[in-house]
Design a binder for this molecule. Structure first.
Ligand code: ANZ
Ligand code: ZN
Length: 835
């Protein structure tokens, strides 16, 4: 037997598998279908990283196991290939992004194949292929048709150095993701998708799916459904206490959104966002307008994230000359502008209740604003008929007022709230809202999806502008609107897409009136192509539809989708939104795209830090494959630790896995001589094998890959100790190991003279009788109290057991000569004697 030569073995097998197409999924096959999905990679110039390997190996193991379970498995892969890094590379090196993409996907494909992933390569897709993005554009047109796309001036993040608009996710810590220089906000017309119209559906859908709890929670928080009240505060001129008269009704009041209308009596000031229209509208009444204006300008430099950071010291300026009226008690309160209130949430204005809101409390302390407590924790003052609304309580409260150390943000019982005193928060919310003529309102933290990018390397938005007809969709039969070739990929000086400089492409005819028209030059964001790719795998070459309905009915939804936690909020929500929309218009048969969603932890650098080029701690999978083989890398990434946790790279763990596979390889030589040994001599081994079959199967299903690998290691250790090993046991062990280490197992399998690949074998069944415990601990109770424990053979009969129990010394002692009235036996657990 030659030495373990991973290189030779691995090259041989992935070529063979590709030739024999053993991993191809079959449409309409009568076996039960299983659709397993991983996030398709962005083919960057850096190649595959160890994080890809972790997630892809996990789903590969699950896919392989499901095939062995007799299922028709679809495990596809493709390329999410539009995006900034490729565009930046193209700009720098004057190479067409198409060429860069081709080169990168070639590298990735080779790497993925070398790792032995059982992808169905016949379904490979690429989001930059016009035959693919034709359908991305088609979906956009459907969204337009159904009123879910609209154009709006929006503040976008503007990079001064790249001269380009960036989406929020392209700004890291206030800096441009491309070049690292600072950004500012600028207004620009943008296409927006109304994902907020789907907020309720996206939330409700979470009840139907099997996602990890933490994923559901993150999604729900991101959607951020919030039930509150809209309440209007009148505005007066401070100097003469006159209600402000204006022909614009909206200048007479400021409306707030609050989740705590029960605290209205404690609202001691108001805050408007720096962008609130009232500032400009009441310019002539605001005495310190210059100061306010300066504050507003300063705010523009800060992101929403920074503004709402709880640890940042709050700032603000009072709007001198005007005041608001608290509608609950008619009191005049000051109005401030502060950037901790966002223009984009609720009404862009708040009533501040410093006694019961932490931000307001901090602000009030800093600027010396009054703090009035209006909610008491119920447990502090149990309400009896005596103190309910009585004087004792009033006294206590008055004594406590003003020296609050922090805001009490919980619910409780109202105090200092006039006729509402003594009510509980829940009731008071309703009654106070009614009392001040407010209305209840549901708000979402979810924002609509800014869909325009001023980039070259993205799907062109398929619309034209005609002077006569306005915005006109490109007719569906004219799709795709292909990206033209340009010389420069740089954005124009005005911040428009480089497409805008392509006058030949831009100038076109109006599909409606035939007159001259101009094309939309914005392109779609990176998230577009990945929002429906899982549907295209089902029918990747369809020219008539995004996918055939019958095939969709067979394959959809995805049964199990694994990916990174970083995609929980954006990608997962965007794709669920598109899927639900496509379902609503009858284009696909399922409303939820993914039945199950799990997530893997990161692979960190050796020191426990994130891998990064600058830290020089990046592990290149290619090198590991070269040195130790793909089987070792796969096995190691499964063995390194609990799948959902971040784990630092450990060279010792890697070489340990290599040694394990070498021992399996070498063990096979010793074993093969005794392959046909007598089965009975292996009783203990057989028992362990069956335990391992059960354990590995269950561990794969629950993604406990690390413990599955260690169970396989324990079993193989026992092989080396055993004198004889039957072929049957050896074969089953190889099958269990096959999903983890597909190459070496197929080689050892063929060494046994097998003609078919090991990956076409059925998953072994375990024998319950062999793994069942042989002894059991039986608890003995006398009159309901535990008095003794007896260890018995499982096969002991009830009669025998009862006899044994009554003969025990301790039992005799507790019976003290009395005759038992009843003896109850709960099988395998308990004997209960009643006297
Ligand atoms: C008064 C109040 C009293 C509030 C109290 C809270 C506690 P969620 O749950 O996220 O919807 N708020 C409203 N609009 C805001 C904006 N544009 N920027 C910053 N804060 C805003 O939070 C709703 C609460 O956040 C609202 O209820 C409001 O403060 C604040 F004891 O109103 B509350
Ligand atoms: Zn026209």
């Amino acid at each position: 037997m030659p030495k373990y030569n991973h290189e030779k073995i691995e090259k041989k097998w992935w070529k063979k598998w590709a030739k024999e197409k053993i991993y191809e999924a079959k449409d309409f096959d009568p076996r039960p279908k299983f659709y397993s999905l991983v996030e398709f990679p962005y083919p960057s110039g850096d190649g595959l990283h160890t994080g890809h390997v972790r997630g892809y190996t996990a789903m590969d193991i699950i896919s392989r196991k499901r095939r062995m379970d007799g299922m028709n498995v679809l495990y596809p892969i493709g390329w999410d290939a539009f995006g900034l890094p490729t565009e930046n590379f193209a700009i720098k090196n004057h190479i067409h992004p198409k060429i860069v993409t081709k080169k990168n996907t070639d590298t990735f494909r080779k790497q993925l194949q070398s790792l032995g992933f059982s992808f169905d390569w016949s379904r490979e897709i690429n989001t930059t292929d016009p035959e693919y993005y034709r359908w991305t554009q088609w979906i956009f047109l459907q969204l337009c048709k159904h009123g879910l796309a609209y154009k709006k001036k929006m503040p976008i993040n503007w990079c001064l150095s790249c001269k380009i608009g960036l989406a929020n996710e392209e700004v890291l810590d206030g800096r441009c993701e491309r070049c690292g220089s600072g950004t500012e906000k600028r207004d620009k017309e943008q296409w927006i998708l109304a994902i907020t119209k789907y907020a309720d559906k996206l939330l409700a859908g979470l009840k139907e799916v099997d996602y990890l709890e933490k994923i559901k929670i993150q999604q729900a928080n991101w959607i951020g459904r919030s039930l509150g009240s809209l309440i209007k505060f009148g505005i007066v001129e401070h100097s003469n206490k006159m209600q402000i008269n204006s022909n614009k009704d909206s200048n007479n009041y400021i409306e707030v959104f609050t989740t705590r209308p029960d605290t209205l009596f404690g609202a001691t000031y108001m805050v408007v966002a720096p962008e609130h229209p009232i500032i400009l509208n009441l310019k002539s009444k605001i005495l310190n307008y210059k100061e306010i204006e300066q504050y507003v300008i300063n705010t523009r430099k800060r992101s929403d994230l920074e503004r709402t950071d709880l640890t940042r010291e709050k700032t603000g300026v009072e709007l001198k000359g005007i005041r608001a009226i608290n509608p609950a008690n008619g009191e005049e309160i000051p109005v401030w502008v502060a950037d901790y209130v966002l223009a984009t949430y609720g009404t862009g204005a708040i009533m501040a209740v410093p006694a019961h809101d932490e931000r307001d409390f901090e602000f009030a302390k800093k600027y010396n604003l009054p703090i009035i407590e209006v909610i008491k924790k119920e447990t502090e003052f149990p309400l009896t008929p005596f103190n309910k609304g009585g004087t004792d309580l009033d006294l206590l409260i008055k004594g406590g007022r003003g020296d609050l150390g922090e805001a009490y943000t919980g619910v409780g019982v109202l105090v200092n709230s006039g006729k509402f005193d003594g009510l509980d928060s829940g009731q008071a919310k309703k009654e106070i809202t009614k009392f001040v003529h407010g209305e209840t309102k549901v708000n979402y933290h979810l924002r609509d999806w800014i869909f325009s990018r001023q980039h070259y390397w993205g799907e062109p938005i398929p619309l034209v502008f005609c002077e006569k007809c306005g915005t006109v969709p490109v007719p569906e039969e004219d799709l795709p609107v292909e990206l033209p070739n340009v010389k420069n990929y740089e954005p124009t000086d005005t911040g428009e897409s480089p497409l805008a400089a392509m006058t030949k492409w831009v100038n076109t005819k109006c599909p409606q009136c035939g007159g001259s028209a101009k094309r939309e030059t914005d392109t779609m964001p990176n998230w577009a192509g990945s929002s429906w790719y899982f549907l295209r795998y089902i029918d990747p070459k369809n020219k008539k539809a995004l996918a055939d309905m019958k095939k969709l009915e067979y394959w959809a939804p995805v049964d199990w989708y694994n990916g990174g936690m970083e995609h929980t909020t954006l990608h997962l929500l965007y794709s669920r939104f598109w899927n639900k929309f496509l379902f609503d218009i009858g284009a696909i048969p399922n409303s939820e795209p993914y039945q199950k969603r799990t997530s893997h932890g990161m692979v960190l650098g050796a020191g426990g830090e994130k891998m990064s080029k600058s830290k020089g701690n990046v592990i290149n999978p290619d090198k590991v494959v070269q040195e130790f083989g793909a089987d070792t890398l796969r096995l190691y990434e499964m063995f390194m630790g609990p799948f959902d946790q971040a784990i630092p790279w450990d060279e010792k763990g890697l070489t340990g896995c290599y040694r394990f596979l070498t021992r399996v390889w070498e063990g096979s030589t010793r074993i093969s001589r005794e392959l046909n040994a007598n089965k009975n001599a292996n009783k203990d081994l057989e028992r362990l094998l069956h335990k391992t079959i059960k354990k590995v199967g269950e561990d794969i299903d629950s993604m406990a890959f690390n413990t599955a690998v260690s169970a396989l290691m324990i079993l193989s250790n026992e092989f080396n100790k055993a004198e004889i090993l039957s072929q049957d046991i050896w074969e089953k062990f190889l099958i269990l190991l096959a999903p983890f280490a597909p190459f070496v197992t197929d080689e050892l399998w063929s060494n046994l003279g097998k003609k078919k690949s090991i990956h076409l074998e059925p998953w072994p069944k375990f024998d319950f009788n062999l793994i069942r415990a042989e002894k059991a601990d039986i608890v003995i109770q006398v009159n309901g109290k535990v008095r003794d424990i007896i260890v018995i053979e499982i096969k002991t009969s009830e009669e025998e057991l009862k006899k044994m129990v009554l003969e025990r010394e301790k039992v005799k002692q507790w019976l003290a000569g009395r005759e038992p009235k009843k003896i109850i036996y709960i099988k395998g657990r308990l004997v209960s004697i009643v006297v």
